[in-house]
Design a protein around this ligand. Structure first.
Ligand code: FES
Ligand code: FES
Length: 154
């Protein structure tokens, strides 16, 4: 049994310690917002937060997440500036990579509330988008940063 804190709820899950966190989140908890892309920590589709840090859940054994605070896309409130900016700027195309992009962007803005283009590109370059929404992602991170500075929550 492994005990996990996901989006503020505690779950006791009967799973082997080496099972990828991504599988546990999707298959055991039914939280399907976090996506499977490459399975090799190369695309960012599976990004969640572990103790606030953006982490590739496909390459994280569930035992490494036990006792830590895990947040998935479902745990980011709808009125979060990043989600609001994403909707206002109509960032998604097919949408598949977007939960991972949003999780990475939320972590970036927590660390650096006013990132420049280079900061954004450095952090976001590990999150691939086959639809090429990179320009809108960058613009939306700037919009979210502005919203946060004007008093939105982070
Ligand atoms: S599915 Fe985890 S990084 Fe691609
Ligand atoms: S929106 Fe289609 S892969 Fe990014």
């Amino acid at each position: 049994m492994i005990s996990l804190d996901v989006n503020g709820k505690t779950y006791n899950i009967d799973v082997g310690p080496e099972a990828p966190l991504l599988w546990v989140i999707r298959e055991h908890l039914g939280l399907s917002g976090t996506k499977f892309g490459c399975g090799m920590a190369l695309c960012g589709a599976c990004t969640v937060h572990i103790d606030g840090k953006a982490t590739r859940s496909c390459q994280t054994p569930v035992k490494d997440a036990a006792g830590k605070k895990i947040t998935t896309i479902e745990g980011i409130p709808d009125d979060h500036p990043v989600k609001k900016a994403w909707i206002e700027d109509e960032v998604p195309q097919c949408g598949y990579c977007q939960p991972g992009q949003i999780m990475e962007a939320v972590a970036l803005l927590k660390e650096n509330p006013n990132p420049g283009d280079d900061d954004i590109d450095n952090v976001m370059s590990g999150n691939l988008c086959r639809c090429g929404t990179y320009q809108r992602i960058r613009r939306s991170i700037h919009s979210a940063s502005k919203m946060m500075a004007e008093g939105g929550k982070s």
